[in-house]
Design a binder for this molecule. Structure first.
Ligand SMILES: *[C@@H]1O[C@H](CO)[C@@H](O)[C@H](O)[C@H]1NC(C)=O
Ligand SMILES: *[C@@H]1O[C@H](CO)[C@@H](O)[C@H](O)[C@H]1NC(C)=O
Ligand SMILES: *[C@@H]1O[C@H](CO)[C@@H](O)[C@H](O)[C@H]1NC(C)=O
Ligand SMILES: *[C@@H]1O[C@H](CO)[C@@H](O)[C@H](O)[C@H]1NC(C)=O
Length: 185
């Protein structure tokens, strides 16, 4: 450090003390991330009287000679409010809700959604906290991964990832298992 101290020694000492305070153990402890693992099931019901996913913008008819069902749905946009439960049974403990928007965003031959969702928790250890997720959902794949870009409550400044697995489907309705790894302070 001394080689950077070109000013009078008393100023160097003040600087050293300030650094020591900044790096005190409390500060370091506060900066140390915790890792939490969350497991839940998301219930997405598309249309019908009990819908949790609502089509708000249908796709334009495209000139694709009807050969590409994926591209035919390009642009379809849904607003969702899906319950998150402890087990695949929709009547099991309600842990939270996934609210936000997903949109069909593939012109290729593989379905993919852009997910922009908040997962807020209403019971359990993460009650009143939420995580925000933005990611690409290739719905036909066994495992999808979505980045966690932030959060609120105990998940302030969170980062992490969700692994999503289709548990069951009925028409367009789906029950999706989530395994979430989140770093927070
Ligand atoms: C909608 O929910 C109600 C109340 O839970 C239930 O009785 C009814 O069978 C559901 N309808 C459909 C189409 O799932
Ligand atoms: C649709 O595409 C075909 C060839 O891909 C073209 O011949 C036809 O004119 C197009 N129709 C419209 C309405 O753009
Ligand atoms: C969650 O928020 C409610 C309403 O503000 C409050 O009463 C409750 O104590 C909070 N619970 C936790 C675990 O923070
Ligand atoms: C959840 O994901 C973590 C880390 O990615 C993994 O170690 C763990 O085995 C997974 N748990 C389940 C139940 O899938």
């Amino acid at each position: 450090m001394a080689k950077f101290c070109i000013s009078p020694p008393s100023q160097c000492l003040a600087l050293a003390i300030m650094l020591a305070i900044l790096m005190s153990s409390n500060t370091l402890e506060a900066l140390k991330p915790k890792i939490s693992n969350l497991q839940f099931y998301m219930h997405d019901i598309v249309g019908g009287p009990n819908a949790t996913a609502m089509l708000v913008a249908p796709s334009e008819p495209l000139n694709i000679s009807g050969t590409n069902p994926v591209a035919a749905m390009f642009g379809s946009t849904y607003v969702i409010d899906d319950p998150l439960t402890a087990t695949p049974d929709p009547k099991s403990t309600l842990l939270g809700r996934a609210q936000g928007i997903y949109a069909m965003s593939s012109l290729g031959d593989e379905f993919s959604l852009l997910m922009t969702l908040t997962y807020s928790f209403v019971s359990g250890p993460y009650k009143n906290s939420s995580i925000s997720v933005i990611g690409r959902n290739m719905v036909m794949r066994d495992v999808r991964e979505f980045p966690i870009v932030g959060g609120t409550g105990i998940f302030r400044l969170a980062r992490g990832y969700c692994l999503a697995y289709t548990h069951s489907t009925l028409g367009f309705d789906a029950v999706v298992r989530y395994n979430v790894t989140v770093l927070h302070y």
